[in-house]
Ligand binder design. Structure first.
Ligand SMILES: [Zn+2]
Length: 267
């Protein structure tokens, strides 16, 4: 078990190396630009809840990024936005090679900007009819944690195979980090793809505008089954320890194999 997952994925890319060297300065190297990729290839859609931010189609994203990269942008975080008609219960469209807006975007951006670090959000809410971050099961409409972790790992591996450098699970499902690591290992991508884990996230309306941008609001209920109560520092610590422990079980030390350390976010 020792060193099953290693530490190489945390510093294989020049931008990742800079992230590891300092986390106190603010430079283009440690500012990450979020991009919403629309299912519509020609999209340039205003997002009313986020003035100045747009959903971009694959035919337009290159021109949008060009001046930003020329100005020093070194990393992006891709959020896919699915057409409602393609959503289902398990988010099949996320990594469908014909229908996913993310997979062709990764390939195009990597080809056009070979030095740019490409991260991809990993979650189910934007791809599913129910809009929750995991798979819903049975009459209780509860989360199937194991099935969720497996599905999230599948998506992460397929985005990794498409060429992204970082997968960023934002779902808060128990066990998904381990499942993703195992998936990357099976695909022989463990040293070529980093995992940026959202380890502690609080259930909050603050990310309402983001949900509007990603069209990922839940169709019923809320995210309290898997996101933390606001201000619950103790639970947040437990959530972080849970993620870290899943690596320790596999022979890693704290922070060894993660580029992101702990992220506290509300989505
Ligand atoms: Zn989500």
């Amino acid at each position: 078990m020792a060193h099953q997952f290693g530490i190489h994925s945390g510093y294989f890319h020049p931008v990742l190396r800079k992230w590891q060297q300092s986390d106190t300065g603010i430079t283009p190297a440690n500012l990450m630009y979020p991009i919403f990729i629309s299912h519509n290839p020609d999209a340039e859609e205003e997002i009313s809840s986020m003035p100045g931010v747009k959903r971009w189609g694959i035919n337009r994203i290159g021109d949008h990024l060009k001046p930003l990269v020329a100005s020093g942008l070194q990393s992006i975080l891709i959020f896919g936005v699915a057409d409602d008609s393609t959503k289902d219960e398990v988010g099949s469209v996320a990594d469908n090679p014909e229908k996913s807006p993310v997979i062709p975007a990764i390939k195009l951006i990597k080809h056009t900007f070979p030095d740019l670090l490409i991260a991809c959000d990993i979650c189910l809410c934007t791809w599913t009819t129910h809009g929750h971050c995991g798979i819903i099961t049975g009459e209780s409409q509860g989360i199937d944690v194991e099935a969720s972790a497996e599905r999230l790992a599948e998506i992460a591996v397929n985005f990794a195979k498409a060429g992204c450098h970082v997968v960023a699970p934002s779902d808060m499902m128990d066990g998904r980090i381990l499942a993703i690591k195992k998936g990357l290992k099976a695909a022989n991508l463990l040293t070529k793809v980093s995992v940026l884990s959202y380890s502690a996230k609080f259930s909050s309306c603050l990310y309402g505008p983001f949900r509007d941008a990603a069209k990922s609001a839940p169709s019923f209920g809320d995210r309290r089954a898997y996101q933390l109560p606001v201000g619950s520092a103790g639970l947040a610590e437990k959530a972080v320890v849970s993620v870290v422990t899943s690596w320790k079980m596999c022979g890693n030390r704290f922070r060894e194999d993660c580029i992101a350390q702990t992220r506290t976010q509300n989505i």
